[in-house]
Design a protein around this ligand. Structure first.
Ligand SMILES: Nc1ncnc2c1ncn2[C@@H]1O[C@H](COP(=O)(O)OP(=O)(O)OP(=O)(O)O)[C@@H](O)[C@H]1O
Length: 298
């Protein structure tokens, strides 16, 4: 169990590259003991945000901190934050064990940590093979092993499920959940909601550098569409609109978002409107996600 726990805070963080606002005034926090998904289509600004968090890119304005401390000011960064930003940057001619021993020695960590993290990611049987012969999934695991070397309270992983097969994604799900259960703060980016949806407790969704949703996946599903109809269609539409839900009136009835079927049923009852139709259009989570990011995802 990780003691204490460290919260990541982004406050108004912004990055412009010339005329491009890659990251635009993002404010959110990432809590210990949970897996937080950081989602958005390619080019939305995820990598730039994570690079600012890790002190690799200087923000134009705003801040990103670990327990209130910027990465560059952390007294012992490797023991605070484990990162896996790139899976392919390992020397193909060296083994996993050899890589990890070099990192451990450089960080002043005992070689027993190497054996421990190899075990955590399931690479012990392959630890002496050349990384050049590893599958993508094995290289991802090696990246995770190196992130865990310093036993950090925080893990920041950029697209860890990218390119993995279903078995690899399933393994990653268990890995992320286990690290959160140990009390770690786990922030994981992805451009594919379905690859992380069973791993995450919360999501922050960005599009064109701006946050478009922050919360749990149930809340995301609540933004699915309700279709309802009545002989008094116009009155039904205004009653729904009064709740603040978005309403469109069509020939086939009233379509509303931001409201549940239960709520529509109750308000119709309260207003004495007899419904002839009440149904939820079960847009999949991925559809809601695509709608939020403006259909930009691959
Ligand atoms: N060094 C840079 N110079 C100029 N523009 C940049 C630079 N880095 C990123 N950008 C631009 O900023 C925007 C956000 O890019 P970023 O890589 O952060 O997105 P992303 O969500 O991580 O996408 P991907 O998943 O493709 O990496 C893009 O429009 C990108 O072209």
């Amino acid at each position: 169990m990780v003691s204490g726990g460290t919260t990541i805070e982004f406050r108004g963080i912004t990055k412009t590259f010339g005329a491009v606002r890659a990251v635009d005034d993002l404010t959110f926090s990432v809590q210990p003991g949970q897996v937080t998904g950081f989602l958005g289509p390619n080019g939305a600004g995820k990598t730039t945000t994570l690079r600012m968090l890790l002190g690799l890119v200087r923000p134009t304005s705003g801040s990103a901190t670990f327990g209130g401390v910027a990465y560059a000011q952390l007294p012992d960064p490797l023991r605070t934050v484990g990162t896996a930003l790139e899976a392919s940057s390992f020397h193909p001619g060296r083994s996993a064990r050899n890589h990890l021993r070099v990192y451990a020695a450089a960080a002043g960590l005992p070689s027993s940590r190497v054996e421990f993290v190899l075990g955590v990611v399931g690479l012990l049987p392959y630890a002496d093979r050349r990384v050049g012969g590893y599958s993508l999934g094995m290289r991802q695991r090696l990246g995770l092993a190196s992130a865990l070397l310093g036993d950090p309270a925080v893990l920041v992983l950029d697209e860890p499920t990218n390119g993995l097969d279903p078995e690899g994604i399933r393994w990653m799900r268990g890995f992320l959940r286990d690290r959160a259960a140990e009390g770690r703060t786990v922030l994981v980016s992805s451009h594919v909601l379905s690859e992380v949806q069973q791993s995450v407790d919360r999501v922050v969704i960005i599009s064109r550098g701006r946050a478009v949703y922050e919360g749990d996946l149930d809340g995301l599903e609540a933004s699915a569409t309700v279709r309802a109809d009545s002989a008094e269609r116009a009155r039904l539409a205004s009653a729904i609109a009064l709740t603040g839900a978005a309403v469109t009136t069509t020939d086939a009835g009233v379509i509303a978002t931001g409201i549940t079927t239960e709520e529509v049923g109750r308000l119709a009852l309260d207003a004495g409107i007899a419904l002839t139709l009440l149904t939820e259009e079960r847009a999949g989570l991925e559809d809601v996600f695509l709608e939020l990011v403006g259909g930009e995802a691959a």
